[in-house]
Design a protein. Sequence first.
Length: 355
Amino acid sequence: MRIRALADALPSHADGWLITSESNIFYFTGFPCDAAVLVVTRTGSVFFTDSRYLEAAERTVKGAEICDSAQFAEAFPAFCQSHGVRKLLTETSALTVRAAQRYAALVPETQLLYEDDLALLSQFRRKKDAQEAAKIERAQRIAEAAFEAILPMVQVGRTEKEIALELDYAMLHGGADALSFQTIVVSGENSSLPHGVPGERKLRDGDFITFDFGAVTQGYHSDMTRTVALGHVSETQKLVYETVLFAQQSALAALRPGMTCKQADAVARDVIAGAGFGHAFGHGTGHGVGEEIHERPNLSPLSRETLAVGDVVTVEPGIYLRGQFGVRIEDMVQITEDGCRNFTKTDKALRILPV
């Protein structure tokens, strides 16, 4: 039981956890709710939510007392007093100043601790078990099927926005509960924008088109990127594409538990720099994925983390030539005892669509 595990993992200097983020509420209780507070101590836990969710919470949440948040102002201080909570760890990454002031005013005899909660909580969520991995893989299958379904619609004269909407519809129609993030479809000179927004630009012969998208199923995200060509492509475009592909394949082949995230990033980055495009790769090579689209660990030159069995990360190097075009290729993998398992099955060879 995850609530019990969280209680057992409390640092010795703290008496309880105040969990307020929707993602951690879901992880520790299995109940998706945007209006809840979970308080976890060594001797008991309580889950507060409002009348809209009370009955559903009573059916789903195990290991915690369920309490109507209409009584929060009285029940929260009473719970802290009865369980001897003198120091309460907060989720600083998900807590506004106003909310912190409210909680502090309700329990003046309890000290709220504003520490780096991510290090402890991310250790719970980083290692994805078999059930979590299956949900992520299901989301990935939906995204891939949608991508293949809309490729025939990628034609000269269609706008980026039109293609993005087709892809969104295909994912939702194919079984996604939601989209992982705002779908990116950028073409031609716009593809040099790593997180460009689909607009009214019409697709043209000779364009590179980058698709970055994902689906959500049962609370878990997928994430993938493919760059395709429309009609004729130049030798420079082919060179850039093959460089990014080789960088990505090299990083995938190198991934293993015990490898630092900085080392993993360097594998892809060194390939791109060696080809003379180091200046055109500014972002990290990848990031964790799970209940949130961006989780720990990060494959980055600045990371101090180490890959471990169970981590699910993206591998997404890119080259972006300002005002010309860009290429990014992204797979999502899980770290295994001897390397990694790739959730992404869509072919990565340069795909040239007919005009």
